[in-house]
Write a protein that binds this ligand. Structure first.
Ligand code: GMT
Length: 387
């Protein structure tokens, strides 16, 4: 199949999922055409079945900002005509499914549209009154809707009503050939960050308010009073200044390291002891899965899709949003009992590999693609009414 993959290029789980799915589909012989404002950040390995089409950025005195949704729609039509796409797979309803829908209206042979919901498109953006009708339209005009967790599917149905065709849950996934623990070996840079053998806690995100990175710092502050440890903060975003101020306020500057945006996080995860994800909302929490696949237990909030990803009391611990005390106690429990820690670490790897393998997700998406294409072929063969 020739698939038009529309996604955000910037740091974030949805772009990672679209890109990794693209590589896996390429391996299975499909042709994948990424259409985005710039090259998705994980699309760096050459693959003969993968292509990238950049959406132009035009400036014109009348435009306050470039109308990206329209430019994207135009690009989708160009790519579809030129390469002969079989379908469009939009990651994120707003604006990608809307652009794809507009593009389809411009085509002589309309293509099927698959939309994957990643979370903030429904829980935050979609629920804003300003985007509500558009998100509803995106859901209605998609031939198939997939969601990355059961919680998100449910929330979508609660917010927008039940979609005619229902929502297929295809959980996010990992490739264990990429995400694996460094058995018995200390991570490469562990000595650099924790020279006295301190434990390492870590958090990776885009530092948006929803990630509650200030909670991460406060959890760390409580843990390090009892157990010598270091905190690695990976990523950047709007909350960065607030987080830096909190670190200074608590006098933790020698113990907290800011690593900024990193393209590959596996080397970091492989040297970490506990991963923290105290988000206020999380439809899945891909980075928690990546951490578990590297043998790192996760302490996270009991919210959204996280309980589907982290097994409370087996691969990590969950606590209520904002329960800094509960989360720090959970970290201390893990770090002060080496038998418990080993069991959690092994269970995390096993759970991540068995429950979220890339192969299962690719087969799930392939099935959805085949079904929408079959249905659309049947539709185009159907004689028009009255003829
Ligand atoms: O979490 C973010 O801020 C980024 C966002 C994205 O669009 O990349 O993540 C969402 O999609 C990821 C991939 O499906 C999920 O793992 C994240 O849980 C989800 N984020 C939220 O729901 C806040």
């Amino acid at each position: 199949m020739k698939i038009g993959m529309v996604c955000y290029p910037s740091y974030g789980g949805s772009g990672v999922v679209a890109t990794e799915l693209g590589y896996a589909l390429g391996e299975r012989g499909h042709e994948v055409h990424f259409i985005s404002s710039s090259r998705p950040f994980r699309l760096h390995r050459y693959h003969e079945q993968l292509f990238f089409h950049e959406v132009a950025d035009v400036s014109y005195p009348l435009f306050k900002t470039a109308p990206y949704t329209l430019l994207l729609a135009n690009k989708i039509v160009e790519v579809a005509n030129y390469v002969g796409l079989d379908l469009i797979h939009a990651h994120y309803a707003i604006p990608h499914s809307i652009s794809a829908y507009l593009a389809i209206q411009m085509m002589t042979k309309p293509l099927p549209l698959v939309t994957t919901l990643h979370g903030t498109d429904v829980t935050l953006v979609g629920a804003f009154e300003e985007f509500y009708q558009l998100t509803r339209l995106a859901l209605r005009v998609s031939d198939r809707i997939t969601s990355v967790s059961r919680a998100l599917a449910l929330e979508t149905e609660e917010t927008f009503g039940r979609a005619d065709q229902g929502i297929d849950v295809i959980p996010n996934f990992i490739d264990p050939k990429v995400y694996f623990p460094l058995e018995g070996l200390p991570g490469r840079c562990r000595k650099y960050f924790a020279p006295q053998g301190e434990k390492i806690l870590a958090h990776i995100s885009n530092f948006r308010e929803v990630k509650r990175v200030v909670d991460v710092v406060n959890i760390f502050a409580r843990v390090e009073k009892t157990i010598p440890c270091r905190l690695l903060l990976v990523g950047d975003g709007p909350e960065m200044s607030r987080v830096e101020r909190e670190v200074l306020k608590l006098g933790l500057e020698g113990k907290v390291q800011f690593l900024g945006k990193q393209e590959s996080v596996v080397e970091i995860l492989q040297m970490v002891d506990v991963f923290l994800l105290p988000s206020g909302q999380e439809s899945f929490g891909l980075v928690a899965l990546e951490a578990m696949a590297c043998g790192v237990p996760v302490v996270a909030s009991r919210v959204g899709g996280l309980p589907e990803v982290v097994q409370h009391g087996k691969t990590g611990y969950l606590a209520d949003v904002g329960d800094v005390q509960g989360m720090s106690e959970a970290v201390l429990r893990l770090l002060s009992d080496k038998f418990l820690y080993k069991a959690f670490s092994e269970q995390a790897v096993h759970w991540a590999r068995e429950t979220f393998p890339v192969e299962r997700a690719v087969l799930g998406y392939e099935k959805v693609y085949q079904e929408v294409c079959l249905r659309s072929n049947a539709r185009s063969r159907r004689p028009e009414a009255g003829k």
